[in-house]
Design a protein around this ligand. Structure first.
Ligand code: ZN
Length: 271
């Protein structure tokens, strides 16, 4: 089996300090958390930034500041979000692509997101994929639903996404497809042969189960305070690194070697 890649989503758009006081918010805090996650075994950082009030923003300068600080601290592969936050325009969401990051997330369809919803029409997805292709950014094809896997296939058929493919299978977002081992297996079976995939399971109830299932099936794992604020039942995570350490133990139990950032650069032919 391929080495197991751990992605850490340290901040996200929705998590608050009220939910977990250890959430990194400023560019300096995010860089510190990224570096700790790297030391704990994460190879990819999934990056969102916040404004001075702690609200999600896709502001170019804030992304630049965060990326510069992360780069100065460690060699982790940076995957910027183009999902942004609920209610943002596509133009706004795509802003960090101007910084030519190695990777970026690409939402592959419209989805309920708790009490809100995130719109991703095919034309929006085409524009986002084409921009990434032009700038040499490797997309993580985020699929919250089977229809998203099929929409990603459309982008591939249209020549807007080229191999090697990396999918993020996002399950258990409130209002969307719930996590189940059978559901994960079914979606993974629908991916193009040879695809890499990362399970992104939202919430403490399923995070560990999903990590174990993915490690056993040859997949990758994403953890971090964006997806889950809990370390264990009733016990808040002390840091993003603590969640990465937990994922690294899951990988070791499954007999999987952990990938380094340079392994990821090779596997996904970045740069
Ligand atoms: Zn995100």
């Amino acid at each position: 089996m391929a080495k197991l890649v751990i992605t850490c989503a340290v901040t996200g758009a929705e998590t608050t300090r009220e939910q977990n006081p250890n959430l990194p918010i400023t560019p300096a805090e995010i860089a510190g958390s990224a570096s700790e996650a790297r030391e704990a075994g994460a190879a990819i950082l999934h990056l969102h930034v916040r404004d001075a009030e702690g609200n999600p923003t896709q502001d170019l300068d804030t992304f630049r500041r965060a990326i510069d600080l992360i780069r100065a601290k460690c060699d982790i592969v940076i995957e910027v979000t183009t999902g942004g936050a609920v209610g943002m325009s596509l133009e706004e969401r795509m802003q960090p692509l101007q910084l030519d990051p190695e990777m970026a997330s690409l939402d592959c369809g419209t989805v309920n997101f708790a009490d809100e919803y995130i719109v991703n029409t095919l034309p929006m997805m085409r524009e986002c994929a084409a921009t990434m292709k032009k700038r040499g950014v490797r997309p993580t094809l985020e699929c919250f639903d089977l229809s998203h896997v099929d929409a990603a296939a459309t982008l591939i058929e249209e020549g807007l996404v080229a191999p090697p493919f990396h999918y993020g299978i996002v399950l258990n977002v409130p209002g969307a497809v719930r996590y189940g081992e059978d559901t994960l297996e079914f979606m993974v079976r629908r991916l193009p042969p040879g695809s890499f995939w990362t399970v992104i399971a939202i919430g403490g109830r399923v995070a560990l189960r999903a990590a174990r299932a993915s490690a056993a099936a040859g997949g990758f794992i994403r953890v971090g305070l964006e997806d889950n604020v809990w370390y264990a039942k009733g016990q808040l995570a002390e840091s993003n690194a603590q969640l990465v350490e937990q994922a690294a133990r899951v990988a070791a139990d499954a007999g999987r070697e952990i990938a380094t950032p340079d392994d990821v650069r090779q596997m996904l032919t970045l740069g």
